[in-house]
Structures are given as structure tokens and as C-alpha cells.
Design a protein. Structure first.
Lengths: 193, 437
């Protein structure tokens, strides 16, 4: 596969030809984390398939730089993603994707428990943040979840508690809701109106 | 020694005639050839779409034989639910939320035919609630989920049968018997061919159709807006849910392969996938794909290809390459079939016989009969969850290698990838609250 530069990657991601776009996002890994911010900008494009190609290119960078032996590339990718996550001007769905991208490659040591706990207060991101911390699962992630539990609204405590329990932490004062049915149907059994 | 009679038996014995039988629910009293209520298994259906409707049809047949009660049907799509309730008939309660079913003490077993991303969570919840489980294949969408299913089945001593019903079908059994009796010699390679994954999902996100509970359909998956390309019937082509052909039909094909080679307990040591992604659309499973699985001790290779080289009709199949001969097993019309040499093979004296439930002509009925007999006997069913998990693991590892764009080594004993932290992170995927393990 032809090696791309940042400029050719961005140009080809916006190409009208789907084959050109696909080849471009597949080659994004080697362009590396410098492309993440420009790709995030393209991902806001009004043309759905262009936006999708840009998003896939971001994922490709995450998967490529997450490979064994690429520690410095991975670190740079994590830094770029954290910057994007912290930018509340970025579209919400993209920020959620970024949380999941980080969950694949961020080292527990790179998690700031207090900072992550603050994200747990963001109603639009909190569930994805909880899941991401749960996936990372090291001491800093656990500390973030514990701090988040303290500050969380009552309706969100069960979610954080589920994350902590999945990591082996006992949370006795918050109920587990997983088996509690909540949704009724309007469909009646046969023979009843 | 006097034996205390179970309550229902006591009631049956004390009825003298007249009006009393009308106070008892139908089926309490045994009749010749028809088990009494004490021997019926009470089942409930979770997911009554495509495969779910087929399972319901089977259960209605079992019900007509007096073998089961159907207590409930459940679906997050009100239209499907209404249809299933009508089909199941009086006395069957419809639900949207499967957790109501799990609360019921009268339900012995659940039949789970929801989209793949729900299988593990519902199976584990069912086991935790004391229910036996028949769960559609693939067992799970991540390695961690599969492990949790096995753990739940064992901890709660529940029978969990995975719906790889070819193990209850004569043609696959013929192939298995033929191969296990050495007719191919030593098999060092199995190659598969399969139609490519379709491409599509071009529409933008939009509100869900009325009557579909999108939150409950998504369940354990992370939140996303509804899209007609990602929902009932189309989830199959989304990696995080359906996982494409390799996890759909692949689960059947790989189950047959490891059964035939008596390799249920063997795990690969290396997995290498390559593939080409779709050029556009929401569907992200690769139309074309090649996965090489390397096994050691005994050494053999499994190669999955989309499309691969077709050696028969019907869109998919497998070829067992032995040092003495080969055998093709493929779809012939609507079912799997093996070559005539396998179909007509008779096990010689002292040869290897392979178990298969053979009570019915319909292998779907056989697979469920095996499940029911496991419940009654306490033995493991023929496609026990541990085997189902191992088969799903093959499918999931193939997709993992494709997604990461790299080969990896696998340690089956530990169920982990060697030296690849990102790959190991992807063996699990935290579920969305409250739809979690």
C-alpha cells in the first residue's frame, strides 16, 4: 500500500470516489497521531461517507499505534486523543468514540483519577467514561471510579458501582439493578383485550 | 416405606371423577404417551424474530406432545411480540423486558434468540435466576463474555445448550463418523469457503420505528442513535454486534469442523486474518476475508475464506484434507450435506461411534430434545456452553485479528493473546448499564 502524507491522507479522505477514501483510511495508521486532529475536523463533514471515512481513519491510527513495540506512537496517540476529548466543541458522538479509542490503548498510569472522575459528572459522556475506565481497570482507573461514585448523582451511582464490582471492588451501599425489570409492554396475551 | 407424594400426584390420585378435573390446568394429568405436568419443562422465549419464531414453532410441537409448557414470549419489537403471542396462543404471557420472565418461579428454561450482543448477558442472568438456557449461536461476541457464560452455567449448575444444531443433524454426523473412523487418514488442513459479507447501511441515523424499544434492543452495546442499517435483521453486518459471516455461519461451520476432528478442547496457537473493508456504508464487516488458524499437538490448520474456492453449491462449505482422502461438507439446498461416501458409511465392528440425538427427523427438534434430556438427567448437552464458547472464540479471534490488522499468538489455557496489550483489552467490552453481566 502506498505510504501517505498527512496532506494526501486528508485530501483523499474527502475524495468523491469511495475506493480512494477507503484506501486512504486504511493507510492512515502509518500517517500517525498527527492526523487525528485534522481527521476529527473532517469527521464533522456534512457528507456522511466522508465523515465516516475520517472516523474510520482515526480508528485505524488507534489500532496501528496500539501494536506491540510502538510505545512512543501509542503515547502520542493517547495525548492527541485526550486533547480532542477535552475539547467540548467536538461533536458529542466523536467524543464518545474517543473514549472507546482511549480505552483500547491508554495506560492506567496515564489516567489522572481526579480528571477522569470529573468526566464522570458529564451526563453526556459519563456512561462511556465509566465503561472505558472499567476496561482499563488498573489502580488509577479504580480510583477514578471510586471518586466518581462519591460525587455522582444518585441515578448514576449504580452504573459506577457495576464498573467497580466488575473490577472486584465491593460496593455494598449501591443496589445492582441488572435484574430489575422496568419495561412494560402494551401487547396483551391471547384471549385478553 | 411410605413415600410422600408430590402435590400434583396427590391431587391426581384424589380425583374421583365428576367436575374436579375442570379445576386443574390442562395437562396436569398424565395420559398414555403424554408426560404429566410433573415432567413437562416450562419454557419461555426471549427474542421471537427470525430464529426465535422457528424455536417457537418447535416448542409448539413439543407442547402438542405434552413435553413442554410455553409460559411466555418476549421481544423488544411490539409487532413481533404481538405476532408471537398470537402464534403461541392462550396462556402465554407476552413481555417486552426479559427480566420479568427471569423473576417467574414457574419458568424452568429460556430460549434465547436475540441479537448476538445480548446472548451472554441474558444467558448469565438466566443462570443466575435459576433457569436452564438454550442460546442461539454464536454464544458470545467477546472472549470475556463467553467465559462468563461458562462460569455462570457451572456455578449455578444450569444446562446451557448453544444452538449449533448441526450436531444433531444426520449429514454432519455422517461426516463426523466418517472422519473419526480414520477414513481420511490424518487431517492436517480444513479449508472453508463462504459467500462474502454484503455491503450497505447507507442511510443516516433516524428515529427508531414505532413499537421498537431501541434502548432495550441496543442493550449491552454502547449508546448510538437508531439506524435502519443497524437493527433487527441488519445487525449481522456490524462488527460489534453480528460480526459478519464468520461469526454467523462461521459458528456453525467451525462447530462442525472441531466436532469432526474431535477437537472441541483444542485451541489455536496463532490466528492471522486479512480482509478488505466495505468501501462505504455503516456495515463494517469485511466482504472478503481470509483467516488462518494454526493448531498444535496435534498440528493442523483451519482456513476460513470469503469467498474462497467453492467446492460445492449453496454458498458455503468446508473441505477436510486428510493424508488419505478429502471430504467435502457443504450446503445442498437448504441444509448441510456430506458427500455420499460419508452418508453411506457404516461403522465397522470396533469402530468409533459418535453420539447424536436421533429422535426426530427434524434436527432442530433433536437439538432441543437433547437439551431437555440434559435438563432431566443432569448431564451436559451435546453443544454445552463450554464447547459453544470455544467455537465462538475461534470466530471472535478471527475478527480481532482482522480489526487489529495483525497476526497474534493465542494461549488457550489462559485465554489470552501473547504480548499484545491492545488485543487483550479487546477480549472484553464493558456493557452499557444496566444491561451488564
Amino acid at each position: 500500500m502506498e505510504e501517505l502524507t498527512l496532506d494526501t491522507l486528508i485530501a483523499r479522505i474527502k475524495d468523491k470516489d469511495e475506493k480512494v477514501r477507503t484506501a486512504a483510511w486504511q493507510g492512515a495508521g502509518k500517517v500517525g497521531p498527527d492526523a487525528l486532529k485534522p481527521l476529527a475536523a473532517v469527521a464533522k463533514d456534512g457528507e456522511l461517507e466522508v465523515s465516516r471515512a475520517a472516523n474510520r481513519a482515526m480508528w485505524q491510527i488507534v489500532r496501528y499505534t496500539g501494536r506491540p513495540g510502538a510505545e512512543s506512537e501509542k503515547k502520542a496517540t493517547v495525548e492527541a486523543l485526550l486533547d480532542l476529548l477535552g475539547d467540548d466543541q467536538q461533536p458529542l458522538q466523536l467524543r464518545r468514540d474517543i473514549v472507546w479509542m482511549l480505552s483500547e490503548i491508554i495506560d492506567d498510569a496515564a489516567i489522572d483519577p481526579a480528571g477522569a472522575a470529573r468526566y464522570l459528572e458529564n451526563p453526556d459522556l459519563r456512561e462511556d467514561i465509566r465503561a472505558g475506565l472499567q476496561r482499563v481497570g488498573g489502580p488509577n482507573a479504580v480510583a477514578a471510579l471510586k471518586a466518581g461514585l462519591e460525587a455522582a448523582a444518585d441515578d448514576f451511582k449504580p452504573s459506577i458501582a457495576c464498573g467497580l464490582r466488575a473490577l472486584g471492588v465491593d460496593v455494598p451501599n449501591v443496589p445492582c439493578l441488572k435484574l430489575k425489570p422496568t419495561k412494560q409492554t402494551s401487547v396483551k396475551p391471547v384471549g385478553r383485550s | 416405606m411410605h413415600r410422600t407424594l408430590p402435590r400434583r400426584t396427590f391431587l391426581a390420585a384424589s380425583i374421583g371423577g365428576g367436575a374436579l378435573p375442570y379445576l386443574l390446568p390442562e395437562g396436569i394429568l398424565a395420559a398414555p404417551g403424554k408426560p404429566g405436568a410433573g415432567q413437562r419443562i416450562t419454557v419461555a422465549h426471549i427474542g421471537v424474530g427470525g430464529m426465535g419464531s422457528a424455536h417457537l414453532a418447535n416448542m409448539k410441537e413439543f407442547r402438542s406432545q405434552g413435553a413442554v409448557n410455553i409460559a411466555a414470549v418476549c421481544d423488544v419489537d411490539e409487532k413481533r411480540l404481538r405476532g408471537a403471542a398470537a402464534s403461541a396462543g392462550p396462556g402465554v404471557m407476552p413481555y417486552r423486558d426479559y427480566r420479568y420472565i427471569l423473576e417467574r418461579k414457574d419458568v424452568d428454561a429460556v430460549i434465547i434468540a436475540t441479537p448476538d450482543h445480548w446472548h451472554a448477558v441474558q444467558c448469565v442472568h438466566a443462570c443466575e435466576s435459576g433457569k436452564h438456557v438454550y442460546v442461539e449461536k454464536p454464544a458470545s461476541v467477546t472472549i470475556a463474555e463467553g467465559k462468563a457464560m461458562v462460569a455462570a452455567a457451572r456455578k449455578h449448575n444450569r444446562v446451557v445448550q448453544v444452538g449449533s444444531q448441526a450436531r444433531s443433524a444426520k449429514p454432519a454426523h455422517d461426516a463426523c463418523t466418517y472422519i473419526r473412523n480414520g477414513m481420511l487418514g490424518t487431517v492436517r488442513k480444513v479449508t472453508c469457503w463462504h459467500d462474502p459479507c454484503p455491503t450497505g447501511g447507507a442511510a443516516p441515523d433516524c428515529p427508531p420505528p414505532s413499537g421498537l424499544d431501541w434502548d432495550l434492543w441496543l442493550g449491552p452495546l454502547r449508546w448510538r442513535p437508531y439506524n435502519p442499517g443497524y437493527g433487527p435483521g441488519t445487525f449481522r453486518w456490524i462488527m460489534e454486534s453480528g460480526g459478519g459471516q464468520i461469526r454467523d455461519r462461521g459458528a456453525h461451520v467451525m462447530s462442525i469442523i472441531v466436532w469432526c476432528l474431535d477437537a472441541d478442547r483444542q485451541t489455536p496457537v496463532a490466528v492471522h486474518a486479512t480482509g478488505s473493508p466495505p468501501a462505504k456504508g455503516l456495515w463494517d464487516c469485511p466482504p472478503r476475508m481470509r483467516v488462518e488458524y494454526t493448531f498444535a499437538n496435534p498440528d493442523w490448520q483451519l482456513i476460513w475464506e470469503q469467498p474462497g474456492e467453492a467446492r460445492g453449491p449453496g454458498g458455503f462449505g468446508m473441505v477436510f484434507h486428510g493424508d488419505k482422502d478429502t471430504l467435502v461438507v457443504c450446503r445442498d439446498g437448504t441444509r448441510i450435506d456430506a458427500e455420499p461416501k460419508a452418508r453411506h458409511f457404516k461403522v465397522p465392528a470396533g469402530g468409533v461411534t459418535v453420539y447424536r440425538m436421533d429422535k426426530y427427523a427434524d434436527y432442530n427438534m433433536n437439538h432441543k430434545e437433547d437439551f431437555f434430556q440434559a435438563i432431566k438427567s443432569g448431564k451436559r448437552p451435546c453443544m454445552d456452553i463450554e464447547i459453544g464458547h470455544r467455537v465462538a472464540t475461534l470466530c471472535n479471534l478471527g475478527n480481532l485479528s482482522y480489526v487489529l490488522g495483525r497476526k497474534f499468538r493465542w494461549v488457550g489455557q489462559k485465554q489470552e493473546v501473547v504480548g499484545d496489550d491492545q488485543a487483550n483489552r479487546l477480549l472484553a467490552r464493558p456493557q452499557r448499564h444496566p444491561y451488564h453481566l
